[in-house]
Structure formats: structure tokens, C-alpha cells
Write a protein that binds this ligand. Structure first.
Ligand code: SF4
Length: 62
């Protein structure tokens, strides 16, 4: 499982990084980047970040 951030939609609010800091980090442009670190333990927090993103910029990768 991996999450994906649409960087064009990301407004750098930091919400996802606050909810799942082990998966979402800030890239050099200040946008969120999803690391390949989703596990059974943190996938619920990733889902919470997806649900909480104000611009719906995060989705599960197909
Ligand atoms: Fe970007 Fe959404 Fe994360 Fe905010 S919550 S930093 S808009 S991906």
C-alpha cells in the first residue's frame, strides 16, 4: 500500500504531516510527499490524513 500526493493540489498546510509524520514529509518545494512507509500499524492514520486533507490531494495509489 502506498499513498500518493497530487502536488498541484497540495497547499502545504501540513495537516497530513501532523497526522502521519512517519509517512508524509515536506519536499524541497514545501509540498507534502508520501514515503513508501505505509504499514498495517500506520495505515489508519494515513486514511485519516486522506480524509483530513482540505484539498483532497492525497489518495491511495492503485
Ligand atoms: Fe498538502 Fe493535503 Fe497534506 Fe495539506 S493535508 S500538506 S494540502 S497533502
Amino acid at each position: 500500500m502506498k499513498a500518493e500526493v497530487d502536488k498541484d493540489a497540495c497547499i502545504s498546510c501540513g495537516v497530513c504531516m501532523g497526522i502521519a509524520s512517519d509517512v508524509f514529509v515536506m519536499d524541497d518545494d514545501g509540498k507534502s510527499e508520501a514515503l513508501d512507509t505505509v504499514t498495517d500499524e500506520n495505515k489508519d492514520s494515513v486514511q485519516e490524513a486522506i480524509d483530513s486533507c482540505p484539498t483532497n490531494a492525497i489518495a491511495w495509489e492503485e
